[in-house]
Write a protein that binds this ligand. Sequence first.
Ligand SMILES: *[C@@H]1O[C@H](CO)[C@@H](O)[C@H](O)[C@H]1NC(C)=O
Ligand SMILES: *[C@@H]1O[C@H](CO)[C@@H](O)[C@H](O)[C@H]1NC(C)=O
Ligand SMILES: *[C@@H]1O[C@H](CO)[C@@H](O)[C@H](O)[C@H]1NC(C)=O
Ligand SMILES: *[C@@H]1O[C@H](CO)[C@@H](O)[C@H](O)[C@H]1NC(C)=O
Ligand SMILES: *[C@@H]1O[C@H](CO)[C@@H](O)[C@H](O)[C@H]1NC(C)=O
Ligand SMILES: *[C@@H]1O[C@H](CO)[C@@H](O)[C@H](O)[C@H]1NC(C)=O
Ligand SMILES: *[C@@H]1O[C@H](CO)[C@@H](O)[C@H](O)[C@H]1NC(C)=O
Ligand SMILES: *[C@@H]1O[C@H](CO)[C@@H](O)[C@H](O)[C@H]1NC(C)=O
Ligand SMILES: *[C@@H]1O[C@H](CO)[C@@H](O)[C@H](O)[C@H]1NC(C)=O
Ligand SMILES: *[C@@H]1O[C@H](CO)[C@@H](O)[C@H](O)[C@H]1NC(C)=O
Length: 561
Amino acid sequence: MLYFIRLLTAFTILVLQVQSVPFLSTRQSSSSTNTSNATTTIINNTLIAKIDDIRARWGVKGINVALVASPDYIGNKTGHSQKEWSTQSISLGSANRHNHAFEDDTLYAIGSNSKHFAAVSIGLLIANNTKLSNGQLLSLTTKVKDILPEFGLMDGYAGENADLVDLMSMRSGLPRHDHLIGPSKTVPHLLSGLPITDGFVHENINYQTCISAVQAFLQAGGGTNLTACAGEIKSIGWWDHTDGVRIATTGGVITTGQDMIKWLKEELSPTVLPSFIVPATTTSWSVLTNQPAIPGITSIYSYGLGQYMYTYRGYTIHTHDGSVFGQLSHNIRIPDLGIGMVIIVNDQSYGDSMGSLVGNMILDAVLDLEPINWELKTVKGLAGLLDLTNTDSQSSTNSPLTSSNTTNSTTQTRPAPDRNTIIGTYTDKAYGDWKVQPISDLQNISTISALNQTLTQYGLTFTDQSYFAHDDQSSFITHYVFTPSDGPLFNITPSYITPTYDENSDDASGLTAITYSPGTAVFKDNGMGLFNIWQQGNTLQPSIVVEDNIEQNAEVWFKKQ
Ligand SMILES: *[C@@H]1O[C@H](CO)[C@@H](O)[C@H](O)[C@H]1NC(C)=O
Ligand SMILES: *[C@@H]1O[C@H](CO)[C@@H](O)[C@H](O)[C@H]1NC(C)=O
Ligand SMILES: *[C@@H]1O[C@H](CO)[C@@H](O)[C@H](O)[C@H]1NC(C)=O
Ligand SMILES: *[C@@H]1O[C@H](CO)[C@@H](O)[C@H](O)[C@H]1NC(C)=O
Ligand SMILES: *[C@@H]1O[C@H](CO)[C@@H](O)[C@H](O)[C@H]1NC(C)=O
Ligand SMILES: *[C@@H]1O[C@H](CO)[C@@H](O)[C@H](O)[C@H]1NC(C)=O
Ligand SMILES: *[C@@H]1O[C@H](CO)[C@@H](O)[C@H](O)[C@H]1NC(C)=O
Ligand SMILES: *[C@@H]1O[C@H](CO)[C@@H](O)[C@H](O)[C@H]1NC(C)=O
Ligand SMILES: *[C@@H]1O[C@H](CO)[C@@H](O)[C@H](O)[C@H]1NC(C)=O
Ligand SMILES: *[C@@H]1O[C@H](CO)[C@@H](O)[C@H](O)[C@H]1NC(C)=O
């Protein structure tokens, strides 16, 4: 429960501070404020100081904002007509543990904000009148199977008929399976959460598949290597222990503030991209929330191709968020006014909330609306006092607090099965081979301690009957930890072990584990079924854990070798 306690304490302090600190803080400047790159004032120093004040009080290391405003917007505001776009680069706090400032050329990862690049890339191929091998022109409604013959889904009809829009608008029915992120050949072996086109279910693999499809097709025709077009391929070692290529299109872009300024302008007012592309990606192809996310302030959210659409206090917003461990980003645009911003926060715990909060404060300012006390609303939302529906595509990555039915902890009613029944190698066609071993086989003290510490957040602890499976195939997960719950039922906690560094140090000081909320593993003589592991997001119901007919009912069924 350490994590909960830490959060609750933080929230209590924040609520007290927020209520006693007037929203219009009197602080005029901050030593860490760096607006050296402002070419125009889109937002003023008073607001910047207020944001920095919140950043400092929340203990968030750094925030970077790249902001653009159209000539029209600034012209109307100042009464002087103007030809150029205005840009403002705001660097608050520091970019890293060496306390470097966020420069315009500081590299950061934008996670799922990469998806829009992927969708736009496909748009570029369409614009080039790219032909399929059957002679037809590539289009958004091209069936994936017509490009990538080996593509399929467990639901055969869906596999035959899924088109590029189905995949890119997250309506293939596949749940996230984030741990899996891997080659598209795994897709036919994954159970769907919903029939195809029935609704939005966030799934990164959709993006990988689209791009693999297009890539395979291009190479077959001797064409471009799309991955190579997208930029330089480099390891993104601190959060992905692979070369990152397989997650490139769904979350692999690493970029800079300078480039985000160019990208925001291009998204808002394309000069290079053919005019049909951005509108195609910001068309509502599927519905993400069927209730306004924040009643009275925002509308429902819909999803295009790597883009969310909603209205904020009456204005249309195009947006997406992204996260990789420790780098959380938001791309937020007001297309009708020509305003755009990319916000980066380098804090794993509060980065996503901080990004939304800063985004909303800036929206209020540029829209010239009465400011809402977003800090107070955010704190109340985090503390569960307010229902701020989380639309974040990556929420289950960031939020170890996602409620789960399996964190029941407490007393075990039935004894765990004999150790020899559990240990062994388990195989699933998509997930691969898992070697389940007793926790005592983990030799590395730092790993044990990091895992143990993170388990306590869920009220789980290691016992003699705990096990683990090491995973070196998944992009994200290094260890799946099994702790006994009730007889054949175990909690399974997917964890990612990563080194920690002290301020200014280049040497790792230890290890920490980042975990996804636990699911349930049910062990049988012939295999293991997993429940509530595929990250259902906000559209699917939690799976009901059963002990019979597991092969049919589990989200993932591993056969024991
Ligand atoms: C802002 O950043 C620039 C470039 O790193 C640096 O020269 C300048 O001193 C910084 N300003 C402040 C107020 O920190
Ligand atoms: C932003 O400021 C930095 C340091 O002052 C400078 O190197 C860089 O060229 C500036 N970028 C722009 C777009 O003016
Ligand atoms: C600027 O003002 C004109 C005239 O009122 C209006 O038509 C236009 O929409 C405004 N543009 C922006 C970006 O506010
Ligand atoms: C589209 O065609 C142009 C001209 O042949 C080429 O330079 C460009 O790379 C092509 N774009 C894509 C995405 O294939
Ligand atoms: C695409 O290009 C990259 C970089 O040049 C290379 O590493 C990769 O192997 C290529 N992919 C394929 C499938 O050829
Ligand atoms: C700064 O911007 C905020 C938000 O737009 C505005 O309310 C405030 O009056 C401005 N302050 C100054 C000193 O211009
Ligand atoms: C959770 O606790 C309830 C009540 O003690 C129990 O019936 C149920 O089986 C538990 N669920 C799990 C997954 O352990
Ligand atoms: C434990 O594992 C970490 C990460 O793999 C490694 O850096 C460290 O050296 C290991 N420690 C021991 C004692 O093997
Ligand atoms: C795990 O943490 C608990 C609580 O801090 C501690 O009592 C226990 O000894 C630890 N177990 C291991 C195996 O480190
Ligand atoms: C929670 O777990 C219990 C016991 O395993 C099960 O009966 C119940 O249906 C589960 N609830 C949900 C929402 O999955």
